[in-house]
Design a protein around this ligand. Structure first.
Ligand code: NAD
Length: 371
C-alpha cells in the first residue's frame, strides 16, 4: 500500500494528513512536540465531526479515515514512506536536518517534499545525498479544502520524483500546477499587485470602500483591502517584505507606507476588530470603477508576464493557480485576452508616466506584452 509520511502536525501538516488519508492512502504522521502527536487524531476527529453531524460524511468513513493514520515517534519510524512531506516551522536549517534524517531511513526511490511558502527548495536540497528527489508541494490553507497544490521543481529535481508526487497528489483530489523555484512560487508572487496597486490608490486618496467595490463589481469575491483585513495586515506585510527582499527590492514589490502604517496602528483587520474596511462593507461602486479594475488587472497581467518569462510555468498554469488559490474570477492571461495587449500596455504606460521616480520601474511591461 502506498504510504505518505507527514512531519509537523500544525495547521498545514494536519490538513495534509487528512487530505491523503481521505483519499485512501496509509499515512504516517509525526511532530517534534509530544502534545501535537498525542492530540493529532482527536483534533482531526473534532474537525470532521460537524461533517458527520450534518450528514455529509458517514461515521464509518470518518473511522476508516482515522484508522489509516499511524502517529509515530519521529522520522526514524517513517522508513516505508513513498512520499514524505514536511510542514514544520519555516526555518531552512530545521527542514534540512529533517530531510537528512529522512534520507537515512527511506527507500532510494522515496520522494521528499517541502510545504515551504518562502524558502528556496534548491537551497534546501543542498547536502542531500539524492537532491533529485526533493521538490516542493505547496498546499494552501485549509489544505483539505483548497484544490490547488503548487509543484515546485528546483534545477536538479528529477522527472521521476515530480511524476510520482503529482500522481499521488492528484489521486488525493488536488489540481497540481508545476512552477519554478522562484520566490513566492505562483500565487503568493502574482497576488502582490492585487494588494500593491490597491494600496497605491489608497495613498493617492481613493477610499478603501471605492477600491473594493470596484473589484467586487468586476466579479472578485473579495476586494484587495477586504482580503488584507481577512488575512491580517501583519501577515500581508510580512509576505510583501519577504518577497521584496527576495526580489532585490524591485519596485514591483514595493512595500507601501499605507500598509506599514496600518500595522503600526495595530489595525490588522478582523482579528483586531478594525482594518482598512472592516467592520464595514464596501459601498456602491464608483463611477470610474472600470478604471480602478483596469489599473489593478493590468499590473496583475504584468506580474504574471514577468513570472512566465522566468520559465518553468505556463499561461494556463498561472491562470488556474490564481483562480484556485485566490478565488479570482479569471486568470491574468484570460484578463489579457479580454482587454487586449494594446489596452494593457497603454495602461502600464500611463501608470509609469504618473508614478513617482522610485516606482517608475514598477510598470515596465513584461516580454509577453512587449513582444
Ligand atoms: P504550525 O506552526 O501550525 O505547525 C508547525 C508544526 O511543526 C508544529 O506542530 C511544530 O511542533 C512542528 N515542528 C517544528 N519543528 C519540527 C521538527 N523539527 N520536527 C517535527 N515537527 C516540528 O505551522 P504551519 O502554519 O502549519 O506551517 C508549516 C509549514 O507550512 C511552514 O513551512 C509554512 O511556511 C508552510 N505553509 C503555511 C501555510 C499557512 O497558511 N499556515 C500555507 C502554506 C504553507
Amino acid at each position: 500500500m502506498t504510504t505518505i509520511a507527514v512531519i509537523g502536525l500544525g495547521t498545514m501538516g494536519l490538513g495534509i494528513v487528512q487530505t491523503y488519508a481521505a483519499a485512501g492512502f496509509a499515512v504516517l504522521a509525526t511532530d517534534a512536540v509530544a502534545g501535537a502527536r498525542e492530540t493529532a487524531l482527536d483534533r482531526l476527529r473534532a474537525g470532521l465531526a460537524p461533517r458527520v453531524q450534518a450528514g455529509k460524511m458517514a461515521q464509518d468513513d470518518l473511522d476508516a479515515l482515522l484508522a489509516r493514520i499511524t502517529v509515530v515517534a519521529g522520522p526514524e519510524a517513517m522508513g516505508r514512506a513513498d512520499l514524505a512531506i514536511e510542514a514544520v516551522v519555516e526555518r531552512i536549517e530545521v527542514k534540512r536536518d529533517l530531510f537528512a534524517a529522512l534520507e537515512r531511513v527511506v527507500s532510494p526511490d522515496a520522494v521528499l517534499a517541502t510545504n515551504t511558502s518562502s524558502l528556496s527548495v534548491a537551497a534546501m536540497a543542498q547536502g542531500l545525498s539524492r537532491p533529485q528527489r526533493l521538490l516542493g508541494l505547496h498546499f494552501f490553507n485549509p489544505a483539505p479544502v483548497m484544490k490547488l497544490v503548487e509543484l515546485v521543481a528546483h534545477p536538479h529535481t528529477g522527472t521521476e520524483a515530480l511524476d510520482k508526487a503529482r500522481h499521488l497528489t492528484e489521486a488525493a483530489g488536488k489540481t497540481v500546477i508545476p512552477c519554478p523555484d522562484r520566490p513566492g512560487f505562483i500565487v503568493n508572487r502574482c497576488a502582490r499587485p492585487f494588494y500593491g496597486e490597491a494600496l497605491a490608490l489608497l495613498e493617492e486618496g481613493r477610499s478603501a470602500s471605492q477600491i473594493d467595490a470596484a473589484m467586487l463589481a468586476a466579479g472578485y469575491r473579495l476586494g484587495p483591502l477586504g482580503l488584507i483585513d481577512l488575512v491580517g495586515a501583519d501577515i500581508n506585510l510580512a509576505a510583501t517584505e519577504s518577497l521584496a527582499a527576495a526580489m532585490d527590492h524591485h519596485p514591483r514589490y514595493h512595500v507601501f507606507d499605507a500598509l506599514r502604517r496600518q500595522v503600526d496602528r495595530g489595525d490588522l483587520g478582523r482579528k483586531t476588530g478594525k482594518g482598512f474596511l472592516y467592520p464595514d462593507q464596501p459601498g456602491p461602486a464608483p463611477k470610474d470603477a472600470e478604471d480602478i479594475v483596469l489599473r489593478i488587472e493590468a499590473t496583475l497581467v504584468n506580474e504574471a508576464g514577468w513570472l512566465l518569462a522566468e520559465g518553468g510555468t505556463t499561461q494556463q498554469g498561472i491562470d488556474t493557480a490564481l483562480k484556485l488559490g485566490l478565488n479570482f474570477p479569471r486568470g491574468p492571461f484570460e484578463i489579457l485576452a479580454a482587454h487586449g495587449h494594446e489596452r494593457v500596455l497603454d495602461q502600464l504606460a500611463q501608470l509609469a508616466a504618473a508614478a513617482p521616480a522610485h516606482l517608475h520601474g514598477r510598470y515596465q511591461p513584461a516580454p509577453v506584452l512587449a513582444g
